[in-house]
Unconditional design. Structure first.
Length: 126
């Protein structure tokens, strides 16, 4: 294989992957947080939530995130920060070759990793 076709194959392989960088915290406080990076094979129609499921199933079963999803953007339980914008993981589509930075939703109390307590929850109204 010559260098040009080898480079093309590498470029296509990188484009068919997505990279997810996740700010993680074991105690629910930002000072102890770390950023972990995961590369996944891209699939047509892949959402951020399905990518988080893949990270959990294939790479790191210690990742904490809201596994429930309505898939319609209605319940807001999967709200996270994606590249510093509030978005719902279940409706955020990923693109081949994309790298996204995911953090917990800063408008909600942090439990661990990407798990937050939704507003209006009995645990936040004391």
């Amino acid at each position: 294989m010559d260098r040009a076709s080898e480079r093309e194959k590498t470029t296509k392989g990188e484009q068919s992957a997505v990279e997810i960088k996740i700010r993680r915290s074991s105690t629910g406080s930002q000072p102890d947080s770390e950023v972990c990076s995961y590369k996944l094979q891209y699939r047509e129609g892949m959402t951020l939530h399905s990518a988080l499921e893949d990270v959990f199933k294939l790479k790191d079963q210690s990742l904490a995130f809201r596994r429930y999803r309505c898939g319609k953007g209605a319940c807001m339980s999967c709200m996270v920060s994606v590249n510093r914008e509030r978005k719902q993981a279940c409706t955020t589509l990923l693109m081949p070759g994309e790298c996204v930075f995911v953090e917990p939703d800063s408008a909600r109390p942090l439990v661990r990793d990407l798990v937050t307590i939704p507003s209006g929850n009995k645990y936040t109204e004391r």
